[in-house]
Design a protein around this ligand. Structure first.
Ligand SMILES: Nc1ncnc2c1ncn2[C@@H]1O[C@H](COP(=O)(O)OP(=O)(O)OP(=O)(O)O)[C@@H](O)[C@H]1O
Ligand SMILES: [Mg+2]
Length: 340
C-alpha cells in the first residue's frame, strides 16, 4: 500500500516560475505553553486563491494576524510582496485588504458612512471614494441599503458590507479570515464568485475556512492542523495524495478461469500504482479497486490487457475521494472507507 509522509507534501513545482506574494519560513507562535503555529512554511503565489483549510484551533487566525503584522511571531520570517513584515508591519497593513474573523463595523453609522470611513482611513480622495463605494455596493447588491444603519443589517448583509469595506482601497492582496462563517449557501456561492472574479482581475487571495466544499474552489489548498501545514496542492492534487493516484473500480468477467492478479499486468506497468482490493462477486464476476496514475489514460491499457486474457470489463468507474477524506487521511493517517 502507498504510504505517505505525514510531514508537508508539496506539489506544484510547475509554479516555480510564478512570483511569490507571501513567503513564510519556519514561523512559530507560542502563547505560554500553547504552540499555535509550529514551524510553518508556506508560499502564496501572485494571482492565486489560496485556501488555508483547517479545523478550529489549527492556527489559521494566528497565522493570518502575523502575516498582517498585527501579532509578533515568536520566531520565523514573513515576506509580503517583498516586504519583511516583522521589520515593517505598518507598510503591509496599508497594502492588504484584510477582513478579520470578527470584523467590526460601526453599528451607528450607515452602510455608506461605514464605507466612506474606511475609504478615508486609506486616504482615498472624495471622488475616488464615491466611485468605489458605488461600484462595490452594486457588486454585492447592497445599494438599496446604503442609508441603513449597519447595526440594523442582518448577519449576511453585515458580512457583505465587511467584505466590501475590505476592498475599498482596491488592494492587490486580499486576506479573508473565515469570510463565509455563518453565511447561508447562496451567499457563500456569491462570495466565491466574487473571489474568482477578483482573482481573474489579477488579485491574490488568501482565505481561511473550515468548509471543505468551498475550499474546492481555490487554486491551491494548504491543509493546516496543529499549527503545521500537512499538505499543499490543488484540490485534485490533495485528493490524489491519499493513495498516490486516482482510484479506479472495475467489475470484470472472470473469463475462463478465476481471476488472477497477473491478468491486469500491463506492458507499461507503472500506470498501476497499487491494487487495493480483488474480490469475487459470485462465480462470474470480480471487483477490483486499483490505484492508477490517471483514470482516463490507464483504462484503455487495462481493458486491452484484460481482453488478451478473455476477460471483459463490465463496469469501470472512478472512486471519488472527497476533500474531507483527504483531510482526515493526511492529518490523522486514517484511510477513507471504500464503497462496499
Ligand atoms: N491570544 C491568545 N492567547 C492564548 N492562546 C491563543 C491566543 N490566540 C490563539 N490562541 C490559541 O492558539 C491556537 C490557534 O488558534 P487560532 O485562533 O489561530 O485557530 P484557528 O485555526 O483560527 O481556529 P478557528 O477555526 O476556531 O478560528 C488555539 O489553541 C488558540 O486557543
Ligand atoms: Mg480563526
Amino acid at each position: 500500500m502507498y504510504s505517505f509522509n505525514l510531514s508537508t507534501i508539496i506539489i506544484g513545482l510547475k509554479r516555480s516560475n510564478m512570483e511569490l506574494m507571501i513567503t513564510i519560513r519556519d514561523l512559530v507562535k507560542r502563547f505560554g505553553t500553547i504552540v499555535a503555529v509550529n514551524h510553518l512554511n508556506m508560499d502564496v503565489y501572485k494571482g492565486e486563491i489560496y485556501a488555508l483549510l483547517g479545523p478550529n484551533g489549527a492556527g489559521k487566525t494566528t497565522t493570518v494576524r502575523m502575516i498582517m503584522g498585527l501579532l509578533k511571531p515568536t520566531s520565523g520570517k514573513i515576506i509580503v510582496d517583498d516586504i519583511d513584515v516583522i521589520k515593517h508591519p505598518n507598510i503591509v497593513k496599508k497594502k492588504v485588504g484584510y477582513m478579520p474573523q470578527f470584523f467590526s463595523l460601526y453599528s451607528d453609522l450607515t452602510v455608506f458612512e461605514n464605507l466612506d470611513f474606511y475609504g478615508r482611513i486609506y486616504g482615498l480622495q472624495r471622488e475616488v471614494r464615491l466611485k468605489r463605494i458605488r461600484e462595490l455596493l452594486k457588486i454585492v447588491e447592497l445599494t438599496k441599503y446604503k442609508d441603513v444603519l449597519a447595526g440594523n443589517l442582518s448577519g449576511g448583509l453585515k458580512r457583505r458590507l465587511g467584505l466590501i469595506a475590505t476592498l475599498i482601497h482596491d488592494p492587490k492582496l486580499i486576506i479573508l479570515d473565515e469570510p463565509t462563517a455563518g453565511v447561508d449557501p447562496p451567499l457563500r456561492r456569491a462570495f466565491w464568485k466574487l473571489f474568482l472574479r477578483l482573482r481573474d482581475e489579477g488579485k491574490t487571495i488568501l482565505v481561511t475556512t473550515h468548509y471543505m466544499d468551498e475550499a474546492e474552489n481555490a487554486d491551491r489548498i494548504g491543509l493546516i492542523s496543529q499549527g503545521k501545514l500537512k499538505a499543499v496542492g490543488s484540490p485534485r492534487e490533495i485528493k490524489r495524495m491519499v493513495y498516490g493516484g486516482d482510484l479506479m473500480r472495475l467489475i470484470v468477467s472472470n473469463g475462463h478461469s478465476s481471476f488472477n492478479s497477473k491478468d491486469i499486468h500491463l506492458d507499461d506497468n507503472d500506470k498501476i500504482i497499487d491494487v487495493i482490493r480483488v474480490r469475487r462477486l459470485g462465480d462470474s464476476k470480480t471487483e477490483l479497486i486499483l490505484v492508477v496514475k490517471d483514470f482516463g489514460s490507464t483504462l484503455p491499457s487495462i481493458s486491452s490487457a484484460l481482453q488478451r486474457r478473455g476477460i471483459s470489463i463490465l463496469l469501470a468507474e472512478p472512486l471519488p475521494i472527497t476533500l474531507e477524506d483527504a483531510f482526515i487521511a493526511l492529518t490523522t493517517g486514517e484511510m477513507p472507507c471504500l464503497k462496499n
